[in-house]
Write a protein of this length. Structure first.
Lengths: 270, 309
């Protein structure tokens, strides 16, 4: 087995509310001692209901948020407290696709500038040819580089977001709910694009979703998160066929069934 | 048709086009341009009239009648288009065009300085957050509740006379004008900073300076344009007000506020209203034009923030 590319060890994040004279500050354990590895070329799905801490965890992995405790490793190197130059490698090798394509692109910049930004940050060449091949790889055309985000549909915007994530030739991409803001009709397109790019480039992919149906087709492994903890992990077939936890079963039962006669019964969560 | 598709318009140019199409925007810009041009060409216009704002014409005022100008409506004539100043007999048209110039230069300088200060502080507060935001936020609150006018009056009295009065006035106006800009930009920056494109910029390792200049600032340009257009007339009014109260510029300098301030006394004592009316109209036009333009800009940019996300 190869060494993990991204490794989160016993990572916790607590948020403190405002303290009042009569009550101690409220403490929220958004992420509670979570350990998770992603190996090169592997697709891992992080699933759980909203508020389960999966987005917080992905923001910690991206080093956008400092963990309260625990260790974040990238390619074996401890980057938990790294800043600025110390994160240069991570910034180049780890791309991110955000949930909301309407707020994740700067409305005042052309698509070309948006895609070129990571290259600029890394001091890499950002000539027209590079940008053209990037935008073509996500199914858009080079003429669209001069346009502004408001001229695109949600699905196209998400493609732009993916092109940005791919710009610096990353080894891994974190996709935080990449399709939940999109119309159902174009979700499959975006997912298969991600899957295709992952296969072609041998990327590792951490895909965060509240929807088990979304990740089933593309993930190798699944980690189920609830209330800040990972309650179950395993190969995707195994977790789907034989869930060990009630919570996972409830999540699976919540997946809508396309056949109206074969209605699934919702399971209660204790 | 393909050419039309390929030409992408930035949100900024779209908003500016909306402003240029609106009636208020056009009218405001036209008025403002006219008055500013008059101020800019003050020496030229005065020369065209054949007068000098500093020349005293004792023969045009009636010393036996308290120094009131001869002739009707403050001595309006073919040689003195707006009449003359009571007492000194200085040409009022020349005084007004030079006065526009003084007033506008001071107001523009003060507005630009205060907007730069306010935008920088507001952006830093909104993006950096934490204790920085807390401390500066208190300071901004303090400045907001400060009795500015009283302080300005007191300050003008203790500043050494070796410093030119226009400079003092500009600095003082800027030093108190930035507060509301900082507040507005602070709130807007906070909203922007919560958007995912800022996270995206950070996740790709964008240096702090570039986050401010390339990511945040372009999204604040509209707000800043509106702030400039609306705080300029406010600054004009405050600076004229200070000169009116006699704590702004020297009484002899050609400035709209000074002229209006002095004309009040003359009008009270029975002089023709011309001395009051001409500088007042000039001041009114500046404020009206800038306000109309500012409102049109605000409308144009607000539309975008509502619908365009």
């Amino acid at each position: 087995m190869s060494e993990p590319l991204l490794s989160l060890e016993q990572v916790s994040k607590t948020f403190r509310g405002r303290s009042t004279p009569f009550a101690p500050p409220s403490v929220t354990h958004a992420v509670d001692e979570v350990t998770l590895d992603v190996k090169p070329g592997e697709t891992v799905a992080l699933v759980g209901e909203s508020g389960s801490g999966k987005s917080t965890l992905s923001r910690i992995a991206l080093r956008l948020l400092d963990p309260t405790s625990g260790t974040v490793r990238w390619d074996g190197e401890d980057i938990t407290r790294a800043h600025g130059r110390g994160l240069r490698t991570l910034r180049r090798e780890l791309g991110v696709v955000f949930q909301d394509p309407y707020t994740s692109l700067n409305p005042r910049q052309t698509v070309g500038r948006i895609i070129a930004a990571p290259l600029r940050n890394q001091g890499l060449p950002r000539d027209e040819k590079t940008l053209a091949s990037l935008i073509t790889s996500v199914g858009l055309s080079p003429e669209q580089l001069n346009r502004y985000p408001h001229q695109f549909s949600g699905g196209q915007r998400q493609r732009i977001g993916i092109a940005r994530a791919l710009a610096t030739g990353p080894r891994m991409i974190i996709a935080d709910e990449p399709v939940s803001a999109l119309d159902v009709s174009i979700r499959a397109q975006i997912l298969s694009l991600l899957d295709e790019l992952q296969q072609d480039r041998g990327l590792a992919l951490l895909i965060v979703s509240h929807d088990l149906a979304v990740v089933r087709g593309i993930a190798d492994r699944v980690a189920v998160m609830r209330a800040g903890r990972i309650v179950e992990t395993g190969r995707v077939e195994q977790v789907y066929a034989d869930p060990q936890e009630d919570y996972t079963r409830a999540l699976l039962a919540a997946v809508p069934v396309p056949d109206p006669h074969r209605r699934a019964r919702p399971l209660p969560v204790d | 048709m393909t050419a039309a598709v390929a030409r992408a318009r930035s949100p900024l140019s779209l908003a500016l086009r909306r402003t240029a199409r609106s009636f208020g925007g056009r009218l405001g810009a036209a008025i403002l341009l006219l008055v500013l041009l008059a101020g800019l060409c003050a020496p030229l216009l005065a020369a065209l009239e054949g007068q000098d704002p500093h020349a005293f014409n004792g023969d045009l005022v009636d010393g036996n009648n308290g120094g009131n100008p001869f002739g009707s409506f403050g001595g309006v004539s073919g040689t003195h288009w707006f009449g003359v100043e009571p007492g000194t007999g200085r040409d009022l048209f020349a005084l007004v065009v030079y006065g526009i110039r003084t007033t506008v230069i001071i107001a523009i300088a003060a507005t630009v300085i205060s907007v730069i200060i306010g935008a920088t502080i507001g952006m830093a507060m909104g993006y950096l957050g934490g204790w920085f935001e807390a401390v500066l936020g208190r300071f901004v609150d303090f400045m907001f509740g400060f009795p500015t006018l009283l302080f300005l009056i007191a300050l003008q009295l203790i500043v050494p006379s070796s410093i030119p009065k226009p400079v003092v006035l500009t600095v003082v106006l800027a030093a108190f004008g930035w507060v509301s800009t900082a507040r507005l930009i602070h709130t807007q920056t906070r909203q922007l900073a919560a958007r995912e494109f800022i996270d995206a910029a950070r996740a790709s390792g964008t240096p702090l300076r570039r986050v401010f200049v390339s990511e945040l600032l372009p999204n604040l340009v509209g707000t800043l344009a509106v702030v400039v257009a609306l705080s300029f007339p406010a600054t004009v009014a405050v600076s004229a007000g200070l000169s009116f109260l006699g704590v702004g510029l020297d009484p002899s300098s050609p400035d709209l506020g000074v002229l209006i301030g002095q004309s009040i006394t003359w009008t009270y004592t029975g002089a023709d209203a011309g001395y009051l009316i001409f500088p007042s109209i000039a001041l009114l036009l500046i404020i009206l034009g800038a306000t109309l333009l500012g409102d049109a800009l605000r409308d144009a940019f607000d539309v975008r923030t509502e619908s365009g996300r």
